[in-house]
Design a protein around this ligand. Sequence first.
Ligand code: RP5
Length: 166
Amino acid sequence: MTARVAILMGSDSDLERLLPAVQTLRDFGVEPTVRVLSAHRTPEQATGFAAQARENGLQVLLCAAGGAAHLAGVIAAHTTLPVLGIPLDNPPLGGMDALLATVQMPGGVPVGTLGVGRGGPVNAALLALRILAVSDAELAARLDAFRDQQRDKVLAKDAGLTSKLS
Ligand code: RP5
């Protein structure tokens, strides 16, 4: 089956932090294409991937990078598919560098930027699923169920805490 979502990362050293995004997509039955493509080290391959992405059936591109994080911006310059940037929290600047490089795109070339840290990759996957769900009712129903489960878990924790402290 053709993948609808791609997860691109600037280096294989990024992979471990992106596994939760892969898992989140899989939990919803969406198998992603996962690639190492660097804006700096493999620029031809990165731009070629972006230019062919729509033709290849992809619908949303997640791009993760740390440091001078140009991957999402370069990919967004070569496709009109939605691009979601995931700034990674590399040393020595802890992700502020990647956040600013990813979020501060010039007008005309949008990159939707997720948060730095643990929530970023998971939220990127969930946002990609929400984009797909605009035209996929089955996926939309699964996202509704996920939201309800999440609510119920927090309500149970709240009840547990209240009884523990009373
Ligand atoms: C970025 O440079 C990558 O996304 C990675 O986070 C960072 C360092 O890459 P390595 O030197 O670990 O390959 O492009």
